[in-house]
Design a protein around this ligand. Sequence first.
Ligand code: CMP
Length: 144
Amino acid sequence: MFGAKGSGDTQAMLASVPLFSSLNKSQLRTMATTAKERTYPDGDTIVKQGDKGIGFYLILAGQARVERGGKQIASLGAGQYFGEMALLDEQPRSADVRAAGVVRCLVLSPWEFWAAVGDEPEVLRQLLKETVRRIRASPTGLTD
Ligand code: CMP
């Protein structure tokens, strides 16, 4: 499923992502047609800590490492996402996210993201829940 290509397949894949499970078909179709697919080679820095971040990334295939100060703090795989923190608070990226092997992502610009889910309380609730979990999981609370 996560290896799918084309906007129809992308829509089916989006429907299987828990974060987006409350969206209807038309919302998923809009998201699938506006988002861009990007492939990153092994070791590539997809987002860089401290950069002014734009964009929300959903992993379609492969694994990514989340690193702060050169130390791995999490590993993310297909169906998981990153880049939501800078999107939410409009502050610099809190960590590096690097490709661990080839990684394929669906990338949404902030305006595409907010147009798709800004009025969807269930998506926003889930996003907040995961963001708080990630902050709690960080030994520094992401303040350093
Ligand atoms: P952002 O700060 O925009 O860019 C770096 C991303 O790394 C961040 O959003 C989150 O998506 C991700 N991230 C940061 N901390 C964690 C964590 N503890 N677990 C999983 N992902 C994280």
